[in-house]
Design a protein around this ligand. Structure first.
Ligand code: PXG
Length: 300
C-alpha cells in the first residue's frame, strides 16, 4: 500500500500531495505543525499533541477550520489508509493561499495537511553507544521576542543550530538562552541525572514543552526518582552523572559527549537506560487505536 496524505479534506497519494507556491506557509513560514508517532497501531498521546497544535494556532491567531475531534479523526484515518502500525505523523496548518504581501487577511482559508510516513532519526547503534552533542553558538530566541512553545513553521533558529552540529560531525546541537542557561536541543528536550535526581529546564526559559518530556517526567516520578524542573548551566551538563534527550523523533536518546567532554563513563547511564525501557513499554501500552479491530477490543 502506498502512502496517503491528507490535503484540505482529500486523501491523496503522497506523490500527488501538493500546495500552492502562494501559500503563506511557504512564503513566510506562517503556520504551525506537530510531530506525532504511532506505535503498534496506536497514536501516542494524540490529545496532548492536538492541545499543543491548537494552542500554537491560538498564539498565531490562526483559526484551524476543523474541531479537535475532526482533526483527530482525520489523523487516524490518514494513518489507517497508509496501512502503517508504526508511523510518524506530521499535521501542518498554514495561513493558506494569499498574495505576495504578508498580510494574513489576504489568506481566506488555512491549508490543512496531514503527512504520514516513517522516520528513524538516529541509527539504532546511536542508542547503544550514545549521542554526541555540541553547544550551538547561536542562542535561542528569547521568549519575549517569540514564543517557542508554539510549534511554528519558522524553525530557522533550530536549523542554524543543527547546521553547527552537522559541521562539528556530531548528532545534535544544544541551545542556550541568551543568558547562558541550558534550554534544549534543535529538536529535543534535554535531561540530566545528578546525584540520583533528574533535572530538566523549566518552561519559562523558553523551550518547547515536549510531549516526550512530559511522558519521561511522569515515568521518572513513577520510578520514585526526584524529578526537578530547574535552571542549569553547561557546567552542570559537563559534570552530570548522565544526560539524555527526549523528542517524538529521537524518543529517549542517551548523550555521552558534550562539547568534547565525555559525560561520566562515556556510556549510556543506568537511569537513562531504565527510562528508555519504561518509555518503550509505555508507548505500546497506551494510545488512540487506528484499526477497527482494536477499537472494538478497547470497547469490549
Ligand atoms: N524541542 C524542540 C525545539 C522541538 O522541536 C522537541 C523539543 C520535543 O518535543 P516532543 O513533543 O516531540 O517530545 C521538539 C520536537 C523530529 C522533529 O523530526 C521534532 C520536532 C520538530 C521537528 C522535527 O523529531 N519537534
Amino acid at each position: 500500500m502506498g502512502l496517503v496524505t491528507y490535503v484540505n479534506g482529500a486523501f491523496v497519494p503522497k506523490e500527488e500531495a501538493k500546495i500552492s507556491v502562494y501559500d503563506h506557509g511557504y512564503l513566510y513560514g506562517d503556520g504551525i505543525f506537530e510531530g506525532i508517532r504511532a506505535y503498534n497501531g496506536r497514536v501516542f498521546r494524540l490529545d496532548r499533541h492536538l492541545d499543543r497544535l491548537y494552542d500554537s494556532a491560538q498564539y498565531l491567531m490562526l483559526e484551524i477550520p476543523m474541531s479537535k475531534d475532526d482533526m483527530a479523526a482525520a489523523i487516524v484515518e490518514t494513518v489507517r489508509r497508509c496501512g502503517l502500525r508504526d508511523a510518524y505523523i506530521r499535521p501542518v496548518i498554514s495561513r493558506g493561499v494569499g498574495d505576495l504581501g504578508l498580510d494574513p487577511r489576504k489568506c481566506k482559508t488555512p491549508t490543512v495537511v496531514i503527512i504520514v510516513d516513517t522516520i528513524q532519526l538516529y541509527p539504532k547503534e546511536a542508542y547503544e553507544r550514545g549521542l554526541r552533542v555540541v553547544t550551538a553558538a547561536i542562542r535561542k530566541v528569547r521568549p519575549d521576542a517569540l514564543s517557542v512553545q508554539a510549534k511554528t513553521l519558522n524553525y530557522i533558529n533550530n536549523i542554524l543550530a543543527r547546521i553547527e552540529a552537522n559541521r562539528a560531525g556530531v548528532d545534535e546541537a544544544l541551545m542556550l538562552h541568551s543568558d547562558g542557561y541550558v534550554c534544549e536541543c534543535s529538536a529535543d528536550n534535554i535531561f540530566l541525572v545528578r546525584g540520583g535526581e533528574v533535572w530538566t529546564p523549566p518552561a519559562y526559559l523558553g523551550i518547547l514543552l515536549g510531549v516526550t518530556r512530559e511522558t519521561v517526567m511522569e515515568l521518572a516520578r513513577h520510578q520514585g526518582l526526584p524529578m526537578l524542573e530547574r535552571v542549569f548551566t553547561l557546567h552542570d551538563v559537563y559534570t552530570a552523572d548522565e544526560c539524555f534527550l527526549t523528542g517524538t523523533g529521537a524518543e529517549v536518546g542517551p548523550v555521552v559527549e558534550v562539547d568534547g567532554r565525555r559525560i561520566a563513563s562515556g556510556r549510556p547511564g543506568p537511569i537513562t537506560q531504565r527510562l528508555i525501557t519504561a518509555f518503550r513499554e509505555q508507548v505500546v501500552r497506551e494510545g488512540t487505536p487506528i484499526y477497527t479491530e482494536e477499537v472494538a477490543e478497547r470497547r469490549a
